[in-house]
Design a protein around this ligand. Sequence first.
Ligand code: AMP
Ligand code: FES
Ligand code: ZN
Length: 303
Amino acid sequence: MKCKMCGETAAVSLRSCHAGFCEKCYQIYFRRQVKRGIESRNLFSRDDRILAALSGGKDSLALALELVELGYNVTGLFIDLAIPGSSAKARGITEEFCRAHGLPLIVADLGREGLPIPEVKKLLRRPVCSMCGKIKRYYFNKIAVDGGFDCLATGHNLDDEVSRLFSNTLRWDKAYLSDQGPVLEACPGFARKAKPLWRLTEFETANYAFIRNIPCHSDPCPYSGGASFGVLKNVLQKLESGMPGKKLDFYLGFLDRGREAFAKEQESKADALAPCWECGAPTSSGDICGVCRAKRTLAERRA
Ligand code: AMP
Ligand code: FES
Ligand code: ZN
């Protein structure tokens, strides 16, 4: 197969656009998709201070590299979950990446915060993943708001977005469907959130990370196992292989024609929130938020 842009031998073949690219032109293609993702939905501007959540994985490091090279004002954020055999490795890769690219990095250490994930896991009878996700999002938001950042960017890709949309649709979860998308505007207590890689699939990001030689942390989380998103991603993969380009179509169709049907859910969601008595973060609990509650329980157990 020949490169669609220059006619050289192709290194990456993309069925979704029926085309192949050589390594050099693939980077041009990738950048165009990132720029289009940012500009077409007004994710942020060059005047904004962006806090990029970096897990040490290929998606978030590819995101950081693109944002830096596109000239955005970026600071990295790594949440150290204190998971033995995993977090230190991911942290080392992220720190090294930021050093190499002159990127300032903020590290939130959950061990120091009194919330190491292995201890949180012991509090729960169900898998820790959803609580871990909640804690991560809590710190993403808190650090972005407290630090006066204009936007929090994550490395979610098209596959993440489409499987989440599919899962929300299967449950007809109106509240989640009301605010899913590449950008979520700031509102009291919440920073603006953006997903600049939303037009690119996991396969496309993996190819980019490989071509750009980005050293990344690819070990799965030791606590993840049989996550239902894996099943959904497989179904969507089958759909995509039979109908190339369908994933992006489905997502764009939702953004342009589906989401507005759920808009009023947003208001009722915001109405149900009040500041946490302990940390001030918005919560629907009526007293202290779930993160402060977990912190408190763990502190009591240690005492
Ligand atoms: P995941 O939910 O693990 O697929 O991650 C989605 C996105 O969340 C990543 O692309 C990162 O931007 C961010 N993220 C996940 N884990 C961390 C972490 N430990 N520290 C900072 N950002 C993270
Ligand atoms: Fe949080 Fe695995 S990354 S439980
Ligand atoms: Zn709180």
